[in-house]
Design a protein around this ligand. Structure first.
Ligand SMILES: [Zn+2]
Ligand SMILES: [Zn+2]
Length: 185
C-alpha cells in the first residue's frame, strides 16, 4: 500500500517536470496549449497564477481519466496510488503559491525558492522541477544558483522591507534590478 502511495507521488513529481518543461516552455508547444498560455502569463506577470477554476477543471478531468483504470487494474492499491498522486499534486500547488507569496523557513524553503526563482529570472530552460530537483538532475537541467537577480517589477512581495528596499537578511541570496516600468522606481 505504501509502495502504491509512493509510486503516485513519483508519478506527479515526474509529470510536474514534464508538463512544466514541455507544455510550459517548449518553443512551439507552449503557445498552443492552455497550460502553456497560462504559464507564459505566470512568467511575464510575476506573481500571477491561473484561476483556481481552470486548475480544478484540469485536475478533475485528469483524475476522471486516471481513477477508473487504476481502480479496475489494482483495486485498493490503485486507489492508494491515485491518493498519493493527488495529495502530492495539491502539495505542489500550495508550495508553488507559497514560494511566490511567502519568504518561507528552513533549508528546504530557501532551497526551493532559489531553485524556482533561478528558473523564473535567470534561465527558464533550467530547474523545471518545483518541489524537488530529482528530474532536473536526471535530465541534466539542474543548476545550482548563485545570487538571484530579480527584476523589481516582477519581484515577490516578501523580498521587500517596509522601506521598499531588499530585506537585508536576503542580501546573500537575492538582488533587485530596477526596471523603468517599475511602480516602485
Ligand atoms: Zn513560479
Ligand atoms: Zn516556467
Amino acid at each position: 500500500m505504501l509502495i502504491a502511495i509512493v509510486l503516485g507521488i513519483l508519478t506527479w513529481s515526474f509529470l510536474e517536470y514534464v508538463i512544466h518543461r514541455f507544455l510550459g516552455h517548449h518553443r512551439t508547444w507552449a503557445r498552443k496549449n492552455p497550460f502553456g498560455i497560462e504559464h507564459t502569463a505566470h512568467h511575464s506577470r510575476g506573481n500571477y497564477f491561473a484561476p483556481a477554476w481552470k486548475k480544478g477543471l484540469a485536475a478533475g478531468l485528469f483524475l476522471a481519466i486516471l481513477l477508473p483504470p487504476a481502480w479496475l487494474l489494482a483495486g485498493s492499491y490503485g486507489l492508494a496510488y491515485v491518493i498519493g498522486f493527488t495529495a502530492f499534486y495539491l502539495s505542489y500547488e500550495v508550495l508553488h503559491r507559497l514560494m511566490h507569496v511567502w519568504a518561507g523557513v528552513g533549508p528546504y524553503g530557501r532551497w526551493a525558492r532559489r531553485h524556482h526563482f533561478f528558473h523564473h529570472f535567470h534561465d527558464p530552460k533550467k530547474n523545471h522541477g518545483v518541489t524537488s530537483p530529482i528530474w532536473d538532475l536526471v535530465f541534466g537541467t539542474y543548476v545550482r544558483p548563485e545570487k538571484i537577480v530579480v527584476p523589481e517589477k516582477l519581484a515577490m512581495p516578501w523580498l521587500f522591507a517596509t522601506d521598499q528596499t531588499l530585506r537585508p537578511e536576503l542580501d546573500r541570496d537575492y538582488a533587485l534590478r530596477l526596471t523603468r516600468a517599475s511602480p516602485r522606481a
